[in-house]
Ligand binder design. Structure first.
Ligand SMILES: [Zn+2]
Length: 101
């Protein structure tokens, strides 16, 4: 799969903001600092649970209040995730892969 959204916030795709933060050694663009903080927490948990040495992309395509649904990608492998702890980005309350293997 090769349909990562290229525009906008790395986490949510919003195009209204511009906030840069370092992620895994690269400067990445987010809409706001909350998305940047949440992204870092979420990829750390994704790595811990999956055993991947890195996460190439994490994206939330649906957000409802404090819950989000999306996917995380490592190389060509992509898994659906369910997260909780939005929207201020200070905490990750839960992180689950929806397709346990
Ligand atoms: Zn965002």
């Amino acid at each position: 799969m090769n349909d990562d959204p290229a525009e906008g916030c790395l986490l949510c795709g919003a195009t209204w903001g511009s906030y840069s933060a370092p992620v895994q050694g690269r400067s990445e663009r987010f809409c706001c600092d909350a998305c940047a903080r949440f992204y870092l927490l979420a990829i750390e948990e994704a790595r811990r649970q999956s055993g991947w040495e890195r996460v190439d992309r994490l994206f939330l395509d649906e957000v409802h209040e404090t819950r989000g649904e999306g996917w995380v990608r490592h190389g060509t492998e992509r898994r659906r995730i369910l997260v909780e702890g939005l929207p201020d980005g200070s905490r990750l309350l839960s992180f689950q892969f929806q397709d346990p293997r």
